[in-house]
Design a protein around this ligand. Structure first.
Ligand SMILES: Nc1ncnc2c1ncn2[C@@H]1O[C@H](COP(=O)(O)OP(=O)(O)OP(=O)(O)O)[C@@H](O)[C@H]1O
Length: 395
């Protein structure tokens, strides 16, 4: 978290810039005379149009990398209406790369710096959620994928391509290739509008190079998400397919908004329905669980975007109060040994129980066989007596 607070003021005046970075900025502006609709928001940090990609990356994401290689999950997601710069912030351009590239470069640099002592494995997957269906952007021909929950309640994407590499260049090529597969169409508000939510997941496993049986294995994942535009269909003059998409995109974003509302409820009484959409199921841990999470809200300062900007700022304001509980994800080998020792001891007990059961059954069978023999013996004796008496009566 930034120590310094940043303030954003949104007020409505037709065809003007209606967002100010600081309430003290331009206090004598007569256009601000009517302040009835003015609202002030406070965030950890705020950027105006002059901010560089590096500045945004440093203030939002760079600080998560150290935690990531020590076993702490992290999430960064870009939220806001169409055309406000989400893809620019996350992916960027060749000349001005965004958070994806900068994070991966710094992650691999951090790995290289500690690789004499530590052994790492890094894997990456890249997917999109489009119309509530999941597509593997690294292997689009694999069709739609399902979400599954493992025995520990962790959500997995069944059959997703996971690429293992610590070569930043290789990952970037994959990312660019994957991005070309992303569902993108022009809307009235953005010529190259991303119509899907794109999720880049990087999983990092770290362990010491020394072969100590008590060594720890740390693992963590980083989600970097470029959401589809949170705009209302009417505002972008969407029709037909775009309108249908809007409903699906908004289903995920509505569910995200509902989760943010429930998680930020001061009394903590609201039920958090993660199951309402693919996006919220996937982001369950990032929103209310074990993750350090950064939300980057994007807004337009133009008066025409007043409502959307205000909605975005309201969500960001609520999201700010959500508290997650981060814990280091680690296991050590002695823990595994203890687990297997317990399993072996349970199996030994089971073998003893079965042996006893077999012995009991054998003894029961023996007694029943003896009774049968006695029974047959009785019948044979009775028959002999009968025969003897028959023979005697014949003579
Ligand atoms: N800070 C910036 N500096 C320069 N250009 C920018 C900046 N932010 C956005 N742009 C440009 O504005 C246009 C729209 O931005 P972008 O595609 O990132 O919006 P978006 O929020 O991802 O929209 P959508 O939800 O429709 O995908 C792009 O051409 C992008 O390059």
């Amino acid at each position: 978290e930034q120590e310094e607070g940043a303030t954003i003021v949104a007020h409505r005046v037709d065809d003007q810039m209606v967002v100010l970075m600081d309430p003290m900025e331009d206090p004598d502006d007569i256009l601000r005379a009517n302040r009835s609709r003015e609202k002030t928001y406070m965030f950890d940090v705020a950027f105006d149009f002059s901010a560089s990609q590096e500045e945004v990356y440093r203030a939002t994401t760079k600080g998560l990398i150290e935690g990531l290689i020590s076993g702490y999950n992290a999430t960064v997601f870009a939220y806001g209406p169409t055309g406000c710069g989400k893809t620019y912030t996350m992916l960027g351009t060749d000349k001005e790369p965004g958070i994806y590239v900068r994070t991966l470069n710094d992650l691999f640099r951090a790995i290289e710096e500690t690789s004499d002592d530590m052994l790492y494995s890094v894997s990456m997957s890249y997917l999109e959620i489009y119309n509530e269906m999941i597509r593997d952007l690294l292997n689009p021909s694999s069709g739609f994928l399902d979400l599954r929950e493992d025995s520990k309640g962790v959500i997995q994407v069944a059959g997703i391509t996971e690429v293992s590499t610590i070569n930043a260049q290789e990952i970037m090529e994959l990312l660019m290739k994957g991005n070309k597969q992303r569902t993108q169409e022009p809307t009235a508000a953005n010529q190259t509008s991303s119509r899907s939510h794109a999720v880049l997941q990087v999983a990092v496993k770290q362990q010491s190079r020394c072969r100590d049986v008590l060594q720890e294995v740390r693992f963590a994942h980083l989600f970097m998400i470029d959401l589809a535009g949170s705009e209302r269909a009417a505002q972008t003059q969407n029709r037909g397919q775009r309108l249908k998409e809007g409903a699906h995109i908004n289903r995920s974003l509505l569910a995200l908004g509902n989760c943010i509302n429930a998680l930020s409820d001061k009394n903590g009484n609201k039920y958090v329905n993660y199951r309402d959409s693919k996006l919220t199921r996937l982001l369950k841990d990032s929103l209310g669980g074990n993750s350090r999470t950064v939300m980057i809200a994007h807004i337009s300062p133009a008066s025409v975007a007043f409502e959307e900007s205000r909605n975005t700022l309201t969500y960001a304001d609520r999201a700010k109060s959500i508290r997650t509980r981060v814990k280091k994800n680690m296991i050590n080998v002695s823990y595994h040994i203890a687990q297997y020792t317990n399993i072996i001891s349970d199996l030994r007990c089971e073998i003893e129980r079965l042996k006893k059961k077999i012995a009991e059954q054998a003894s029961r069978q023996l007694n029943s066989d003896r009774a049968d023999i006695r029974n047959v013996q009785g019948k044979v004796s009775a028959y002999i007596i009968f025969l003897v008496s028959e023979i005697q009566s014949a003579f």
